[in-house]
Design a protein around this ligand. Structure first.
Ligand SMILES: Nc1nc2c(ncn2[C@@H]2O[C@H](COP(=O)(O)OP(=O)(O)OP(=O)(O)O)[C@@H](O)[C@H]2O)c(=O)[nH]1
Ligand SMILES: [Mg+2]
Length: 620
């Protein structure tokens, strides 16, 4: 009995390989796992026009032959004939998504360069046409040097032509020299993919042209990052510039509430609890709601418009530079909202060391809980002026400092990744290509829903964890009562408890009130703000002094070097128990969360200290 001829379907994930496989083999399928791995092996029989049967294998999707997941490893080994017990496929069927031709051609070039009998199925032609794109299979075939058959797998279009091409597929000399250069880099393959894809376009609609043009500018190697940088810059300017009237209104509302309560309630325990703990404490965090909403308006608009995926694409190169794959970008990006969903999103990273590194640096991304901390210090110490070249002083200094703090977090994370990847989580970077979604005008209704959800999460935190911790701190600050003339905070339980910590943080410029705020702020970073506000309210000599906004109090009580050191501390400090808990869960043990705590606190201490000493030396 002669051995059955074999063929395999290869291509990027979601090209339609399985759909084609089902269409070509019908019910003649066998599904099992590849020996030794849990990757599914799907094989079946297709019949050639001559009646001869061929064994067809449906391979897992891959972006390249440099495997970065077990799936890709299987694909590489089977295609190269290195998988024990699996015959080397005689014909390779490359499946391309016609609507994403440029991206899919990057891997296709690697397959074609093998020089084996190859057929290209230009699948999803229907979707390309819907997008207003008409392709020329003949031109594509000429550029690639292999037969190209347009197909619509789900409607069984083009199947006969495809089987005929498989039957006559043969070894061939490579026509396109460029494709055959050994070891071409990813960048080179991307470049070739772009030019081949452009050459295969017969006609495109105005909309498609517009989108392609947008990509050419926004993904340009130089302009792309510049535009991204500019966009983020404007975003942080807006966080300060637009929020001010709303934040002022909220602040005066809190002031009015405190006044009303002071006027109507008799002096006593309950009145102090409400004015010092709830209104001064929790209220000092709630006033940052406008800033949070503005920040998320930008982030949600980036996501909904399709620009976010482009930003990830631009960042890919930088990530590889520090030994991370671009797959880390989305988890790191979610960490700008909160490190917890970010760390959970690392599950999509196949390489365990890659994943661990991403988990360890996720808390360095500036989460939204830091925004109130940064904002209150900036409002107190950074003048509300504009700077810029002479005659063009249009850049808000406060927004600029905020932008700088976010950048400091990113640089810290990249530096940490660089060091970790050479020491505790040694390993190399893997390439990455992601599907770029279509550009879209964001729908106002979707944005509004997303913003409402974000605002609600923030307010719920204020009403639960921040409220509880601040009230508990207020109780510890209020008892035992101080003797007349003595400082209430000094005499209180909390004041006594924080004495030890105050000694430790004194060298980096932190005062007693900061030392007091650091421990409760472990529950949530915003608590640092409410703790300071409550502490100053408890210690205030009278109601008028207590009713001053926190920023006013800080600017009269702290030196500038102390304020800057406090900011530097919060760029690094792992002040969030939930992040530690989720790290323990995701890494199955205490080793990595403890490591994370240790290295982040060490960085926080060193950088706060450096900031304090340099600022002091400069005479600030
Ligand atoms: N409109 C349209 N949809 C298609 C076509 N081919 C496949 N699809 C759909 O595209 C999606 C992905 O197809 P799959 O066959 O699962 O893709 P795959 O290449 O096997 O993906 P992986 O197994 O993840 O690598 C499915 O929802 C299919 O129904 C096509 O020609 N036209
Ligand atoms: Mg599949």
């Amino acid at each position: 009995m002669s051995r059955l001829r074999t063929a395999a379907l290869v291509g990027n994930p979601n090209a339609g390989k399985s759909a084609l496989f089902n269409a070509l083999t019908g019910a003649r399928q066998k599904i099992a796992n590849y020996p030794g791995v849990t990757v599914e092996r799907k094989a079946g029989r297709m019949i050639l026009p001559s009646g001869e049967p061929v064994e067809l294998v449906d391979l897992p999707g891959a972006y390249s032959f440099d495997p970065s997941s077990p799936d890709e490893e299987v694909t590489r080994k089977v295609v190269h004939g290195e998988f024990a017990g699996e015959a080397t496929p005689e014909v390779l069927i490359v499946v391309l998504d016609a609507a994403n031709l440029e991206q899919h051609l990057v891997f296709a070039q690697e397959v074609i360069a093998l020089g084996r009998p190859t057929v290209v199925a230009l699948n999803m032609i229907d979707l390309a046409e819907r997008d207003g794109l008409v392709l020329d299979p003949a031109a594509l075939s000429e550029a690639l040097g292999v037969p190209v058959v347009p197909t619509v797998a789900v409607r069984r279009r083009g199947l006969e032509e495809l089987t005929a091409a498989i039957a006559s597929a043969e070894e061939r000399a490579l026509v396109n020299e460029a494709l055959h250069q050994p070891r071409r880099t990813l960048a080179e393959r991307r470049f070739t993919a772009a030019s081949i894809a452009r050459g295969a376009i017969l006609s495109e609609s105005a909309q498609h042209r517009l989108h392609a043009g947008l990509d050419r500018v926004l993904l340009h190697p130089w302009f792309g990052p510049l535009i991204l940088f500019g966009f983020l810059f404007v975003m942080f300017q807006a966080v300060f510039a637009w929020a001010t009237p709303f934040a002022d209104a909220l602040e005066s509302l809190a002031g009015m509430m405190a006044d009303t309560i002071n006027d109507t309630m008799g002096a006593g325990f309950l009145r102090d609890l409400i004015t010092q703990g709830v209104i001064a404490g929790v209220g000092s965090v709630v006033v940052f709601l406008p800033q949070i909403v503005i920040l998320f308006a930008f982030i949600l608009a980036m996501e909904a418009s399709g620009y976010m995926a482009r930003a990830a694409f631009l960042m890919d190169r930088m990530m590889q530079g520090v030994g991370l794959s671009g797959r880390s970008f989305i988890p790191l990006l979610s960490s700008f909202a909160c490190a917890i969903p970010g760390i959970m999103a690392t599950r999509s990273i196949a390489d365990p060391k890659d994943r661990l590194t991403t988990i360890l640096i996720a808390p360095l991304m500036t989460c939204s809980a830091r925004l109130p901390v940064y904002a209150v210090i900036i409002a107190a110490f950074i003048p509300h002026t504009t700077v810029g070249p002479k005659g063009f002083e249009v850049i808000g200094l406060q927004g600029l400092v905020l932008f700088g703090l976010y950048v400091a977090g990113i640089i810290g994370a990249m530096g940490a990744a660089l060091v970790l990847r050479r020491t505790v989580t040694k390993g190399g970077a893997s390439g990455f290509i992601m599907e770029l979604p279509r550009y879209q005008m964001p729908l106002l209704k979707d944005l509004a829903i997303g913003l409402w959800q974000r605002a609600w999460i923030f307010l719920r935190r204020a009403g639960t964890i921040i409220f509880t911790v601040t009230v508990a701190l207020w109780v510890l600050l209020s008892f035992p009562r101080a003797a007349p003339g003595e400082s209430q905070v000094e005499a209180s339980i909390a004041g006594q408890l924080s004495k030890g910590l105050a000694v430790v943080v004194e060298p980096i410029g932190f005062n007693r009130e900061i030392a007091l705020a650091l421990i409760p702020a472990m529950a949530a970073r915003e608590v640092a703000v409410s703790s300071l506000a409550t502490t100053y309210a408890v210690d205030a000599p009278d109601e008028d002094a207590a009713a001053q906004g926190l920023a006013t109090q800080l600017s009269s009580k702290w030196s500038l070097p102390t304020a800057l050191a406090f900011l530097a501390w919060f760029v690094f400090a792992p002040q969030c128990l939930s992040t530690i808990a989720v790290t323990r869960r995701e890494t199955n043990g205490w080793k990595w969360p403890l490591f994370m705590l240790a290295y982040l606190f060490a960085l926080a201490y060193v950088f706060a200290g450096l900031t304090f000493w340099i600022a002091t030396a400069l005479g600030l």
